[in-house]
Design a protein around this ligand. Structure first.
Ligand code: NAP
Ligand code: F7E
Length: 366
């Protein structure tokens, strides 16, 4: 049985990737930060009390700022594959916490690469690189487009990208960079613009709110559906040779488009509700990201099945249910047609509860 270790397992991608790997018969280990409050709502449905035996999903405490625990874990677990998804991943926040972002998002990768090298174990490594690294480079962006980072987050990811490649070349470690464009879902963090919009529209539709305040409405992003993207992370590590891949849909839309589609889904006009608050502007913005993902199409035989307007409907249905409104249901129907039956949360195809559970995961010592 293959063993995988996931950093950032409590995040959007980590939770979907766990479910996908479990469906493939893996034993899945993940690292979570110690918090004083409940920080694993995306994982609670996967948790099985280790006392029950034959458990395939195990959580360990760790922090990307601390290499001791990571070395201990990697050396003792000897995973076949490491998916490094942990990061301070919010671009706007990185302008306020540049040093912290550099430490966790940039140096965090170096720490894990060093753990692998020094522990001497043979494992494959996935680095969660980002389209943000392209920054001001003209769209569409491919694996050969030069990077032009426009935030501390993007600069940290460029450092991590090259660090990963250096360890591949210097120490012959199987390392892949997935250069993923924006991917969203009902599990997306609530301060990223897609989820901020769908949650606000659901609240407004439920009569709980009146306005949605946003920043730059003109920024264009290539938005895809997160469960499809974690499959690519796995696919990269199943290839005969390591490589770096751009993953996206090849279509871009503005923030305004996202708001328009979301409000229209519940029969509202976005212009009646959206106001611009310049406090959400960024010191330097990334205007246009759009993937040229021909390499992934050819080598991984992958292409996305969920379109932009389908993504909006899937997220809207989930957020409407979360505030107790029966949704139009188009998103839930779409989800059933996309071969994503490995999703286990309440946002699974055919599931209809609000996402999340209040069951805490109790971490045992590792
Ligand atoms: P996310 O939801 O923000 O999850 C980030 C994860 O990293 C969380 O589990 C978080 O733990 C963990 N983390 C943060 N700081 C940590 C620390 N000091 N030590 C250990 N863990 C820490 O991000 P995501 O959307 O799943 O994205 C996964 C990865 O892909 C990230 O590296 C992100 O930068 C990258 N990426 C994302 C996208 C996208 O559109 N989603 C696109 C390209 C690249 P807590 O739950 O405790 O905060
Ligand atoms: O912003 C604009 C904002 O924060 C998208 C991360 O997963 O994807 C994500 O980074 C756009 C930007 O994502 C608001 O200025 C307008 O132009 O949802 P976002 P991001 O910055 O693209 C990349 C690929 C990653 O790697 C990152 O980890 O939307 N925008 N108004 C707003 N953005 C936010 N957050 N909030 C607003 O009110």
């Amino acid at each position: 049985m293959k063993k995988a270790l996931i950093t950032g397992i409590s995040g959007q991608d980590g939770s979907y990737l766990s479910e996908f790997l479990l469906s493939q018969g893996y034993e899945v280990h993940g690292i979570v930060r110690k918090a004083s409050s409940f920080n694993t709502p995306r994982l609670s449905h996967l948790y099985v009390d280790p006392h029950k035996g034959d458990v395939k999903f195990l959580i360990h405490y760790g922090d990307l700022a601390e290499s001791g625990q990571m070395t201990h874990l990697i050396y003792n677990l000897r995973p076949d594959e490491i998916y490094h998804l942990g990061a301070q991943s919010h671009v706007r926040v990185s302008f306020d916490l540049p040093e912290y972002t550099g430490d966790i998002t940039g140096l965090g990768t170096l720490r894990i690469m060093e753990c692998i090298r020094r522990s001497g174990i043979k494992c494959k490594f996935y680095q969660a690189s980002s389209s943000e690294m392209f920054g001001a480079a003209a769209a569409p962006q491919s694996e050969t487009t030069p990077f032009y980072p426009r935030s501390p987050y993007a600069a940290a990811k460029v450092f991590a990208y090259w660090t990963a490649i250096n360890y591949r070349e210097a120490y012959n470690i199987f390392v892949c960079n997935g250069i993923l464009f924006n991917h969203e879902s009902p599990r997306r963090g609530e301060t990223f613009v897609s989820r901020k919009i769908t949650r606000a529209v659901a609240s407004i539709a439920a009569g709980l709110d009146q306005k949605l305040y946003l920043g730059n409405l003109k920024a264009r992003r290539d938005w895809g559906f997160a469960p499809e993207y974690v499959v690519c992370q796995w696919l990269m590590l199943q290839q005969d040779r390591p490589g770096d891949y751009v993953i996206g849909t090849g279509e871009s839309h503005t923030v305004e488009d996202f708001a328009r589609e979301s409000f229209a889904y519940v029969g509202l006009d976005w212009q009646d509700y959206v106001e611009v608050d310049p406090r959400y502007f960024r010191p330097t913005e990334v205007d246009h990201l759009c993937a040229d993902m021909r390499k992934a199409r050819k080598e991984l035989n992958w292409s996305p099945k969920v379109s932009f307007s389908e993504l909006v409907k899937i997220m809207m249905d989930a957020d409407l249910r979360a505030v107790g409104v029966v949704p139009p249901g188009q998103g839930e129907k779409i989800l059933k047609t996309k071969d994503l039956n490995w999703i286990q949360g309440s946002d699974r195809p055919g599931g209809s509860d609000a996402h999340g559970s209040s069951r805490s995961i109790e971490v045992t010592s590792s």
